[in-house]
Design a protein around this ligand. Structure first.
Ligand code: SF4
Ligand code: SF4
Length: 91
């Protein structure tokens, strides 16, 4: 399941650089998480890094994006395959 950021976010900027999948971005008013990129940190860390650093605990699981561990692993492998292609294109 991808995580989501609630409107309790205080835009402290701390979580964005911690995300290994670059899934966190500044939206219109607060930070948001791209559910297509969030693996709950599966493949990178044992715990979601954004949740670890958020000072106001406003990053729950997203009930609209329920995914099994297997699906999260598949997403991780898909993202790993895409990142080198993007890097190659920018060279
Ligand atoms: S759980 Fe991990 S992958 Fe998902 S947004 Fe947070 S830091 Fe990024
Ligand atoms: S760490 Fe929490 S409060 Fe800070 S920008 Fe991220 S979601 Fe918002």
């Amino acid at each position: 399941m991808a995580l989501m950021i609630t409107d309790e976010c205080i835009n402290c900027d701390v979580c964005e650089p911690e995300c290994p999948n670059e899934a966190i971005y500044l939206g219109k008013e607060i930070y948001e998480i791209d559910p297509h990129k969030c693996t709950e940190c599966v493949g990178h860390f044992d715990e979601p890094q954004c949740v670890q650093v958020c000072p106001v605990a406003c990053i729950p699981v997203d009930p609209k994006n329920v995914e099994s561990k297997e699906t999260l692993w598949e997403k991780y492998h898909r993202l790993q395959a895409v990142i080198p292609i993007i890097a190659a294109r920018s060279n």
